[in-house]
Design a protein around this ligand. Structure first.
Ligand code: PMP
Length: 428
């Protein structure tokens, strides 16, 4: 494939934007080469500035669960835009999407909308601290909760790709309040809680980790976390920025039948516009300003275009009884197909999958936490990435990311992808 125009556009971008991108993983630093500039997208396909068509397995890192330029979302945004794009005053549509979200997600009474997943997680932790009167938090190595200071301690996603899981600029004072555990290691969590008794406000976790590849929680791991939280007056925060409205209507809480205390959302909830949200029961949410003392605000929070896109998306997901099964079936088909051709080509691999999240690791051991994810053969991943790109398939430009399956993919697209893996496997 030819990427002349993308290369030229990247050179121009580098002059005026740090690294040429507005979010680091986009720069292809993890895999080498020049990032692709998108011109437009429809359904399961991206069309780049050089006229190439790519089957998209990233889908804006999750939001486009029903495909790009999904008609009801586009219509809703156009219609809203004609009536004004921001007021900084309440609008009815904010209540409508809040009511719908509260009806879909278990165990929440109220939801507050913000503009990104980062803001959602940052605000959720502040609320947990304000509610409990405690300062420390526990997070898991390799989990990513956005780029706010408390979370850039052994963070996953781009932070891992670039080898800066701890960012300069995060003060020692902030870092000391973030305690680290290993994903799926309940004993490690018990030890932390025992040594910092009565100081821990919350445990924040991706209920299915998606920022070190896709890593499912071990059987009973989330339940054990729930029990530890209950025994120690710690709030359990599920960061469902990836899993919310993706793994089920009610997200991971519904899938695993477990209640968290605060739930963070992003990605799908905004239908592709900049939206995040956090939600909880009344007793917790009523601590937020203006009802309570925990401050949180936003000029563009609840923005009408963003709410229109999110409402159209959630309505669609709420009304389509089979969408989550369809997504899981497509992902299972892809999993089985890729597994088969990699095995036939004698390529050592492990594939992890939950619902419509999936990741391919070039290592034979189980991938259960950050350390096992980091063991994968990164050189092979880079070759795999570029090989797939040459076949017209766009996967995440880093081994530390999950792929997001969209319902717009046909089985023909999946067969094409599996055959591409077969071809690429011969070159690895
Ligand atoms: N939490 C999780 C689980 C995420 O995957 C991400 C982003 N990939 C975030 C939080 C941060 O969201 P945003 O990029 O919208 O700030």
């Amino acid at each position: 494939m030819i990427y002349q125009r993308s290369s030229a556009l990247f050179e121009e971008a580098e002059k005026v934007i740090p690294g040429g991108v507005n979010s680091p993983v986009r720069a292809f630093k993890g895999v080498g080469g020049t990032p692709i500039f998108v011109k437009e997208a429809k359904g399961a396909y991206l069309y780049d500035e050089d006229g190439n068509r790519l089957i998209d397995f990233i889908n804006s890192w999750g939001p486009m669960i029903l495909g790009h330029a999904f008609e009801p979302v586009v219509e809703a945004v156009i219609n809203k835009a004609k009536k004004g794009t921001s007021f900084g005053m309440p609008t009815e549509i904010e209540t409508k999407i809040a009511e719908l979200a509260v009806s879909m997600v278990p165990n929440i009474d109220k939801i507050r909308f913000v503009n990104s997943g980062t803001e959602a997680c940052m605000s959720a932790v502040r609320l947990a601290r304000g509610f409990t009167g405690k300062d420390k938090i526990i997070k898991f190595k390799g989990c990513y909760h956005g780029h706010s200071d408390s979370f850039l301690i052994q963070a996953g996603s781009g932070a891992s790709t670039f080898g800066v899981p701890n960012s300069p600029g995060v003060t020692q004072g902030t870092a000391k309040d973030t305690l680290l555990a290993s994903y799926n290691d309940i004993e490690g969590v018990r030890k932390l809680v025992a040594s910092d008794q009565n100081e821990i406000a919350c445990i924040i976790i991706e209920p299915v980790a998606g920022n070190m590849g896709c890593i499912p929680p071990h059987d009973r791991f989330l339940q054990a976390l729930r029990a530890i939280c209950d025994e120690n007056d710690i709030l359990l925060i599920f960061d469902e920025v990836m899993t919310g409205f993706r793994l089920a209507k009610g997200g991971a809480q519904e899938l695993f039948n477990i209640n968290a205390d605060i739930i963070c959302f992003g990605k799908v909830i905004g239908g592709g516009l900049p939206v995040g949200a956090f939600a909880a029961r009344n007793e917790i949410m009523n601590h937020l300003a203006p009802l309570g003392p925990v401050y949180q605000a936003g000029t563009l929070s609840g923005n009408p275009l963003a709410m229109a896109a999110g409402l159209a998306m959630l309505n669609e997901l709420n009304n389509d009884e089979s969408v989550f099964n369809r997504l899981a079936e497509k992902t299972t088909y892809l999993h089985d197909g890729i597994s088969k051709v990699l095995a036939e080509n004698n390529i050592i691999h492990t594939i992890n999958r939950v619902g419509s999240m999936i990741s391919v690791h070039f290592d034979e051991g189980k991938v259960v936490d950050f350390d096992t994810a980091a063991k994968g053969n990164n050189d092979r991943f880079k070759k795999f990435f570029h090989g797939m790109l040459n076949q017209g398939i766009y996967i995440a430009p880093s081994a530390f990311e999950t792929w997001f399956i969209t319902d717009a993919l046909t089985y023909g697209d999946l067969d094409f992808t599996i055959e591409a893996v077969n071809q690429v496997a011969k070159t690895l």
